[in-house]
Ligand binder design. Structure first.
Ligand code: CA
Length: 529
């Protein structure tokens, strides 16, 4: 046993670097706090500079103009001669251009058929539309931001006065957003925020119960948000005809604020009664719809947490489940890998269509994919978007890609799907909710307290130091992979079993425990007026 007083953080570990591919001419420093100049690496290489944790060291002399390789690909070219043992920071790298979208390989990789993974179940809530919820939540849909204050007031009262009567309902959530009026609602791209809002209302965790709060004069009228035929209507009014359940604040019937609040509470009570009658039942793991995402990435993201998530993605696909991977700017530099892994040429074409759309969207804003990286990414050792993308893409595992969704579209098939979204954590999460995600996995190296009210978010730390420091925010420590105390496969299985426990409600994630919830943030590529 080691000294019980010394915390793991203070134990001096031998110098450790991690190289991802045999062709790489750089490796990253794994030690907490980095390594000092003059340290001898295990292979006999002397460090010429101090190299922070997660940052790259040149393993050989790299001539000016030569490729700097990580993950077996050129993440940039040296802007001057770099001597072996030097710190290779982002100022020494010129970023390569993005690969063009012509002549890409389409469905050329034929992975050997993975053995089905049978026998795994979780306890979920079956819905009338065939989906399965992992939580039992009343969502209050809003057509427009104008009603947000009134809705929040009513939701607080529902939570305090009604929810205690329905212990089988987990929560009541106001779907607040900034859309609905003051927008060019007939612009072609307005389809994105509108279908996002519609499909979020239909998320499996809301049990098919839809309660809409409308102002009355807004552009996004209830019938446009949720047209007849887009939803299964149930009777919640005093009439015989099933109709969309809408509380309209400008309705003449409302005299004063309290009339509005009481109308919302009265309608909420009807939905709560039905939600509360539901019970969890064992369902196959194939009913999971897992959205994978990363945020606050560092150089370990692609070494520890994301590969473990990728291994788990393969387990989920083998179990017949649905996995969504997203973040267009973070996979753009690996487009050739993705189109090659597409199950069919049509899937590859759909992926190219989404990438081309996003390239044009960025160009319209006067930027390109390199706008993605943050100061924190760079502090964490990620020099540019190419390096970040290679580490991000591994969350998708190795299964064939069988589906593609445009932003805000709803998933209709199982397997591995590329759900095109911005990489922005809250926008990606919002769009994955619209796709029908019932469980979220989020990896982070720098650390973020990100959470969502509608689905449990399992947070995976890329480094043990972060997992220790944020011990009550991180659900899984994948830093054990870099420490050499666990394998990618072990952490992947740990995550898989945790998913089944969390989906069943047997375990809460830290963000659920603390009720840390980020706002829904719509992706609106259309003009506002
Ligand atoms: Ca993200």
């Amino acid at each position: 046993m080691s000294d019980p007083v010394a915390s793991p953080a203070t134990v001096t570990r031998p110098p450790l670097t991690i190289r991802m591919h045999a062709d790489d001419n750089v490796a990253i420093v794994a030690n907490d706090g980095g390594l000092e100049a003059g340290v001898m690496l295990p292979g006999g290489l002397l460090l010429r500079d101090r190299v922070p944790q997660g940052h790259k060291v040149a393993l050989v002399d790299i001539a000016a103009g030569a490729p700097v390789k990580r993950y077996g690909i050129a993440i940039g070219h040296a802007v001057k001669d770099i001597a072996a043992g030097s710190w290779v920071h982002e100022r020494l790298l010129a970023m390569p251009d993005a690969r063009g979208l012509d002549n890409l390989p389409k469905a050329t990789v034929k992975p050997r058929a993975a053995e089905p993974l049978a026998g795994y179940t979780f306890d979920g809530y079956r819905n009338a539309d065939g989906s399965v919820g992992t939580r039992n939540i009343l969502a209050v849909t809003q057509t427009v931001q104008c009603v947000a204050g009134v809705t929040e007031f009513a939701v607080q009262r529902i939570r305090n006065e009604l929810l205690p009567r329905y212990p089988n309902v987990d929560d009541v959530v106001a779907l607040e957003h900034g859309y609905g009026c003051g927008v060019a609602i007939d612009a072609p791209d307005a389809a994105v925020p509108i279908r996002t809002l519609r499909n979020i209302s239909l998320n499996p965790n809301f049990g098919g119960e839809i309660l809409v709060i409308s102002l009355g004069c807004e552009k996004l009228q209830p019938g446009r948000l949720l047209p007849p035929g887009s939803i299964r209507l149930v009777d919640t009014r005093d009439t015989q005809d099933a109709a969309l359940d809408v509380v309209c604040l400008q309705d003449d019937a409302h005299v004063g604020f309290m009339s509005m609040v009481e109308a919302i509470m009265r309608q909420a009570d009807i939905h709560l009664r039905r939600l509360s009658a539901r019970r969890r039942e064992p369902v196959p793991a194939s009913e999971l719809v897992v959205g994978v995402q990363c945020g606050g990435s560092d150089a370990f993201s692609g070494v520890t947490a994301n590969p473990a998530v990728g291994f788990c993605t393969d387990l989920l696909v083998r179990a017949g489940a649905s996995v969504l991977f997203s973040e267009t700017t973070e996979v753009r530099d690996g487009i050739d890998q993705l189109t090659a892994r597409a199950a069919t040429p049509d899937v590859a074409e759909a992926m190219i269509r989404e990438m081309a759309w996003y390239d044009a969207y960025l160009k319209r804003g006067g930027v390109d994919r390199s706008a993605n990286t943050t100061p924190g990414n760079k502090l964490g050792g990620l020099s540019n978007i190419v390096e970040k993308a290679m580490g991000s893409i591994v969350k998708s595992g190795s299964a064939p890609i069988t589906g593609v969704l445009a932003p805000g579209e709803k998933l209709s098939h199982k397997g591995l799907t590329f759900a095109a979204t911005p990489a922005s954590d809250f926008i990606c999460g919002t769009l994955q909710l619209a796709a029908g995600m019932n469980l979220h996995v989020f990896t982070t190296g720098r650390g973020t307290p990100y959470g969502l009210a509608a689905v449990p978010v399992i947070k995976v730390a890329t480094r043990s130091e972060l997992a220790r420091r944020w011990h009550d925010l991180m659900d899984v420590n994948a830093g054990t992979i870099a420490d050499g105390t666990a394998t990618i496969e072990q952490v992947g299985w740990e995550l898989f079993h945790l998913m089944l426990d969390v989906a069943s409600g047997r375990k809460q994630t830290w963000t659920e425990k603390w009720k840390l919830h980020n706002a829904l943030v719509l992706f609106n590529p259309a003009p506002v007026t």
